[in-house]
Design a protein around this ligand. Structure first.
Ligand code: G6Q
Length: 558
């Protein structure tokens, strides 16, 4: 695989790289301020002036934060926290190619972090020219391929156009791309459909394949490593289905992989596209990992709009004033709620059915990035790192788990995402309001109700209030605003990681279980090869668990 350039400049990001969160003076200051946070339930607490001024804007989004438990003193301390930790300075270094994916003094990944370069392609000069040139090169290949499909130069063996594309991939090669496609299905090219297979559960593939005309289907196999168990297994399974249908898989299959990976074998694919080492899986939706499928399903122009929106938010994230930088402000408000007000989870609640998988993507982006216990110097953390992220689209969630958010013993900060107009524009006035108005009114009502609460003599009907939330609002969920929203959360996550002094770009925590499963499968395979095999061990979960425990005890997992 390609290695990072790793020049001295790219590694020398001191003093920020080793600055501990609890050593910053803003940390102590915020600790003091957290003794008496702003009371949102007090009379006049949500004044029109506050609502008007606690609002910032970038790349088509308004961030409204008057319903957070912050005042001028807290915002000033959060600004100092951003400056002392060098949050924006590190973000800029990241965009320029600093080797930030590493742990000092220990064996670790050792890479640049350049997902932003995938969309830093519109100005005259990119901050990371080499990585942006690679991204542009792949985009040009994709544009040619899509044009050839459009022109009928690439067709199936019967001369028919391809109507469907199945993306096979998991984790970062599935969640972000799938969330984007579902979010933007309103913009898809008529007659084209995209499907996803991720789980190694054979029923996932079977269910998707059963509804398809394989002759008119492309399969996009996406794996940066080219060796992920689930993806390799599903690729073989789907190749077999094509072969059984009398079709030549190599004329239907596309690949997106890392250069030099086991999947980097263009002879097996109709087209091969590349993603590069400096782009982490969960940050890869705007690389070829998402682009091939989005280009097929939505068209190249819409893909470009996604990248434009993401680039606009990446630029806004360079702004040092926290009140003009929604991603940074959201990161800091999250830290205030999590580290200083003690809230353990964060609910992300899109008031948009199209964002049905966006929270799932953010669960990975945030929790795989910031679910860490050591600093970038390998020392145990003396402060909390990433919160638990969860959520579902509203208003459905209101009829499910909002009870706990309003009256439960845990305080759950919420981030609401909404749009002033619908995607399809098919709406109806019922009782003098449209459905979109009903949707947005519910979003705003929830934010207010959580903040202000409501007294009641009946304790069971009392709303305590002081439950913080933020509202992200844009005109419409378009390719541009979707790109901006994706980049906003990516930047939020990395800002938090910089401030916590953790490596937001590796994922060692997924290794142990993965290795143990591989050992267990080797064990099953060995048994199956045994002439006296009766099929018992893999059929009996108790015996399988015992075998795994034995391997762990003998240190055979790694
Ligand atoms: C994301 C992780 C992980 C990865 C999947 C798929 O940051 O690295 O979710 O995306 O494990 O990996 P491959 O793309 O290599 O198959």
């Amino acid at each position: 695989m390609e290695q990072p350039a790793g020049t001295r400049d790219q590694r020398d990001v001191s003093p920020y790289f080793s600055r501990d969160f609890n050593g910053l003076s803003a940390w102590a200051e915020l600790g003091e301020l957290a003794r008496a946070p702003y009371d949102l339930t007090a009379s006049g607490a949500l004044s029109p002036t506050r609502i008007r001024s606690y609002r910032t804007q970038a790349a088509g989004f308004d961030l409204l934060y008057s319903t957070q438990r912050v005042d001028e003193a807290v915002l000033a301390a959060l600004q100092r926290l951003a400056e002392e930790s060098g949050a924006v300075a590190q973000f800029l270094l990241m965009k320029k190619g600093a080797v930030l994916n590493r742990i000092e003094g220990y064996a670790s990944e050792d890479r640049q972090v350049l997902h932003t370069a995938c969309r830093d392609i519109f100005g005259p000069v990119s901050l990371a020219p080499e990585a942006s040139a690679q991204a542009k090169g792949e985009l040009e290949k994709l544009a040619d391929f899509l044009a050839a499909l459009e022109a009928g130069d690439i067709v199936n063996a019967a001369g028919e156009p391809f109507t469907d594309l199945v993306q096979i991939g998991i984790g970062g090669s599935d969640l972000g791309p799938r969330a984007l496609y579902l979010a933007l299905a309103a913009y898809k090219i008529p007659g084209r459909r995209v499907h996803f297979i991720s789980n190694v559960d054979p029923d996932d593939a079977a269910a998707i394949l059963s509804g398809l005309d394989l002759a008119k289907t492309l399969v996009n196999v996406v794996s940066k490593s080219g060796s992920t168990l689930e993806t390799m297994t599903n690729e073989e399974l789907v190749r077999k289905a094509f072969a059984e249908a009398g079709l030549e898989p190599n004329l239907h299959f596309l690949a997106v992989t890392g250069k030099g990976s086991p999947m980097d074998n263009p002879a097996r694919y109709l087209r091969s596209f590349y993603m590069f080492d400096s782009i982490g899986g969960r940050y890869s939706a705007t690389s070829m990992v998402g682009a091939v499928m989005l280009g097929f399903g939505l068209g190249y122009a819409h893909l470009m709009d996604i990248l434009r929106g993401a680039n606009a938010m990446d630029l806004a994230a360079e702004e040092p004033d926290i009140r003009c930088n929604p991603a940074l402000l959201l990161a800091l408000l999250g830290i205030w709620n999590h580290n200083f007000l003690g809230c353990e989870t964060l609910a992300i609640l899109p008031y948009s059915q199209a964002l049905v998988r966006f929270t799932a993507h953010l669960q990975q982006c945030d929790m795989e990035s910031n679910g860490k216990s050591v600093t970038r110097q390998g020392k145990p953390l003396a402060w909390e790192s990433g919160p638990i992220i969860w959520g579902e689209p509203g208003t459905n969630g209101q009829h499910a788990f909002y009870q706990l958010i309003h009256q439960g013993t845990a305080i759950v900060p919420a981030e609401f995402i909404g749009f002033r107009t619908s995607q399809y524009g098919r709406d109806l006035l019922i009782e003098q309001t449209t459905s979109q108005e009903k949707l947005v009114a519910n979003l705003l009502a929830q934010a207010l109700a959580l903040a202000t609460g409501q007294p009641n003599e009946n304790p069971n009907r009392r709303f305590a209030g002081n439950r913080p939330s933020a509202v992200l609002l844009a005109d419409r969920l378009t390719p541009y605003t979707m790109g901006a929203l994706l980049a906003l959360y990516e930047a939020k996550v990395v800002f938090q990681g910089f401030i916590w002094n953790i490596n937001s770009f590796d994922q060692e925590g997924v290794q142990l279980g993965k290795k143990l499963a591989t050992r267990l499968l080797t064990h099953y395979a060995g048994q199956r090869r045994d002439p006296g095999y009766s099929g018992e061990a893999s059929d009996d979960p108790g015996r399988a668990l015992l075998a795994a425990a034995g391997m762990l005890a003998k240190g055979e997992s790694g």
